[in-house]
Ligand binder design. Structure first.
Ligand code: COA
Ligand code: ADP
Length: 712
């Protein structure tokens, strides 16, 4: 709703009230329409201030109303009525002015912002565009290039940047509403002609065509198949080339296309999934998020390889004291330099002082004795990790949480090495750990709710999307990745090339195809793990099932990927990132096929996508059936934030729903028949049940999953 009072004698004060972010729900919109009318018809009122309750101006349109039948007054005429007012209207922006909130402010005649406020038009990240006049007013106010930047990226800007760009008229450190009221009094009698942004011409850049062509090319490249950024450019072009009314018509047309697209639905689903995973629960439905996390002041990291260094940086950046332990002196010295460098660069980027003094280094495990929480990141080797956990259990003060950054190993095995298995959880970070948003928090059968709550809370403080997952080989992300990777290898055996597979996946929207990705992360890592688990490198059948030794064979040639300058592709020099097709790999594949009597056949993009993606999705259904993930949204958040799954496709489980569960089931049956020696292609029981239940929408899957669990 919107509250109305008269202050300082002649200022009508309208306060938006819809916690937590004063989103523009139908009730709020109705409130604005009513209170603006009231202020304008009150002869005592000479000017108006619009502010938000509780220190937040407005977080934009109410996303919860999307997809429901529209009720209440629409935004566009509401903002027009504000702009057309014959008394000055001032927006008092505290906290946030995002999306529709900023568009409302642009309809006002003046804008005063608090110095800590953030402004932006983030609709593009929800698959939309600012369709309450934002694409038409912003370029008129700040020029086409700056408007294109804000609208196509959706980035939030500070009040200082907003002032420089000319979005706000004044920035204050004082009480924003008081400053706005004072300002409103001072402009009460002034002409508003020049202040109605929609009536002003849009500055027309001299090189308009070239400008838009350049921006469009760049946007298409970074959008990788997302349609909203492209529509944003088209809408701003309309502002620059058409009169306002026609520009608004174009904005509405483009919005209608976006609004009804699967991409917008997927992106909005991701928005809510990202928030829901923080309110975590057990797969059984029991809620754990009521358990209190224990405060952590001092953390420790054991092992300063790539992961340990990134984790140290991420912990220090949240303001924690960190003890970083590494047994190899040379590695310790290198890590010290690397961590300091990362902290310095990060601080520079964020305009804050580096926190080098929060990190202390040691080669002795005793140094972690008084840490509240320890994260182990030594080599991925069970025997070594067990030893480290035994030592930690002896060295650490009672009550210290012991976490492991393992990407696949059994948490409970590690817990059994300690005096207090309830304090052991997994904290699986993704490389580089100070950058990647995802954290899998793995609970073992004996992990206490308090330990899980503490790890989840710490992850959130570190700015991660933390997802609680159960304990099984590979947890959620890597368990699903295994069939995906294997299918890619099988496709090479059957006639595909790394280029073909990668192209199909990149056109689908992945940042990198599977082979470019394994060149980047290093082929030797997986090969070492496979060897350690006793799998002979050259067999094509293992434990009665099809296996592809292609990755191991490549490693035997010293081709570890980017770091050696050779992998599935060739690189100009070791460390270079520009992958070029390598005829050696093609010959190697031909020889391999000849040696094993395999006849190459033509493979198209559709087969690549179906086999790689549907086998990954099928494993996702198994994970839900096994109760390893609490719901499909948890799996989707993991894939979107940790594995480069295109967000506008919502994550693998959402995508399965978009494709149609019957279709996924039918294709899996088809491929399983063609490859009976690949057991994971057999459609999962849960998928069959969902199809048998009429393929309910994804938010209803939990009912079918619950039934499966209750019968187990
Ligand atoms: N409509 C409806 N609900 C919204 C909302 C909106 N525009 N913006 C935020 N919320 C809700 C969230 O769903 C969350 O609800 P929950 O507590 O039930 O999960 C709550 O407000 C707090 O949001 P959260 O993101 O957890 O808080 P934050 O402080 O980290 O971030 C924002 C606040 C506003 C920056 C962030 O929520 C955001 O980016 N919102 C979307 C803004 C936007 O895109 N507006 C344009 C809409 S077209
Ligand atoms: P990443 O996978 O993070 O790149 P590595 O597995 O290469 O890292 O690195 C693990 C690090 O852990 C190595 O630097 C190694 O010296 C270190 N390490 C191994 N055992 C111990 C131990 N017991 N205590 C501390 N550090 C260890």
């Amino acid at each position: 709703m919107a509250q109305y009072t008269r202050v300082s004698g002649s200022v009508g004060l309208i306060s938006l009230r819809n916690p937590p972010v004063n989103a523009l729900s139908s009730v709020v919109r109705q409130g604005i329409v009513d209170t603006v009318k009231r202020a304008l018809s009150d002869p005592e009122v000479k000017s108006v201030v619009i502010c938000g309750h509780n220190g937040i101006f407005c977080g934009g349109a109410d996303i919860k109303e999307f997809g429901t039948t529209m009720s209440g007054p629409p935004l566009v005429p509401m903002i027009h009525a504000v702009e057309a007012a014959d008394k000055p209207v001032v927006a008092a922006i505290e906290g946030l002015a995002l999306g529709g909130g900023l568009e409302l402010a642009l309809g006002c005649h003046y804008r005063i912002a608090h110095s800590k406020a953030r402004l932006g038009l983030p609709e593009v990240s929800l698959g939309l565009l600012p369709a309450a006049g934002g694409t038409q007013r912003l370029p008129r106010l700040i020029g086409v290039p700056a408007a294109l930047d804000l609208i196509t990226t959706g980035r939030h800007i500070t009040a200082a940047e907003a002032l420089t760009l000319g979005i706000v008229d004044q920035v204050t450190d004082q009480n924003t509403v008081d400053a706005a009221v004072k300002f409103a009094l001072s402009v009460a009698e002034q002409s508003l002609d020049a202040r109605r942004i929609s009536t002003n011409p849009c500055p027309r850049p001299s090189d308009l065509d070239a400008l838009f062509e350049g921006v469009m090319q760049k946007v298409r490249q970074t959008a990788r198949g997302a349609i909203a950024p492209v529509a944003c450019v088209q809408a701003v072009r309309a502002a620059a080339t058409l009169p306002y009314t026609q520009g608004m018509e174009r904005e509405q047309e483009l919005m209608a296309t976006l609004f009804n697209s699967g991409q917008a639905r997927a992106l909005q689903y991701c928005f809510f999934a990202q928030r829901a995973v923080g309110r975590w629960s057990m797969p059984s439905g029991a809620r754990w998020d009521t358990s209190k996390p224990r405060p952590i002041r001092k953390a420790a990291v054991i092992g300063l390889g790539t992961m340990g260094r990134g984790i140290t940086v991420a912990l220090a950046q949240t303001g924690l004291f960190v003890v970083a332990v590494e047994t190899q002196e040379k590695q310790l010295m290198e890590a010290k330099q690397a961590v300091s460098g990362m902290l310095e660069r990060g601080a520079k980027r964020r305009g804050v002082a580096p926190v080098l003094n929060l990190v202390s280094y040691s080669s002795n495990l005793q140094a972690v004795a008084d840490a509240d929480l320890v994260i182990e990141a030594v080599f991925e080797d069970m025997a070594l990790k067990k030893k480290v956990f035994q030592q930690l259990s002896a060295v650490c003060k009672p009550g210290t949480f012991l976490c492991t950054n393992t990407s696949a190993l059994d948490i409970d095995h590690l817990a059994s090495q300690t005096r207090s298995p309830e304090l052991v959880v997994g904290m699986h970070f993704f490389a580089p750990a100070h950058v990647m948003k995802l954290l899998e928090v793995v609970y073992g059968p004996r992990s206490s709710p308090e330990a899980v709550a503490t790890a989840m809370h710490l992850g959130k403080k570190m700015g991660k999307v933390s997802v609680a997952v159960g304990n099984c080989r590979g947890f959620v992300g890597n368990r699903m990745l295994k069939p995906y990777l294997e299918q890619a290898f099988f496709l090479l055996e059957e006639g595909a090339t790394p280029e073909l597979v990668d192209q199909a996946l990149e056109e689908f929207g992945f940042a990198m195809g599977v082979f470019r990705m394994s060149d980047l992360s290093g082929l030797d890592v997986g090969s070492k793990i496979r060897k350690a688990s006793g799998q002979p490198a050259s067999n094509r059948v293992q434990q009665g099932h099809r296996y592809s030794p292609l990755g191991d064979l490549l490693c035997e040639q010293g081709r570890f990927g980017q770091k050696t300058g050779r992998g599935w592709y060739q690189y100009d020099k070791p460390g270079s990132q520009v992958a070029r097709s390598d005829p050696w790999v093609h010959c190697f594949l031909e020889e391999y096929r000849a040696r094993h009597g395999l006849v190459a056949r033509r493979i198209d993009h559709q087969e690549v996508l179906e086999r790689c993606l549907y086998s990954l999705i099928n494993e996702g259904f198994r994970i839900l059936e096994d109760g390893i993930a609490a719901g499909p949204g948890d799996i989707d958040a993991i894939y979107v934030f940790g594995y480069g799954w295109p967000r506008y496709r919502g994550g693998p489980m959402f995508y399965a729903g978009m494709v149609g569960l019957e279709r996924v089931l039918e294709r899996l049956e088809h491929y399983h028949q063609a490859h009976p020696d690949v057991p994971y292609l057999q459609p999962c029981g849960l998928l069959r049940r969902l199809v048998a239940s009429g393929s309910p929408p994804i938010h209803k899957w939990s009912e079918v999953i619950r039934k499966v669990h209750s019968q187990l």
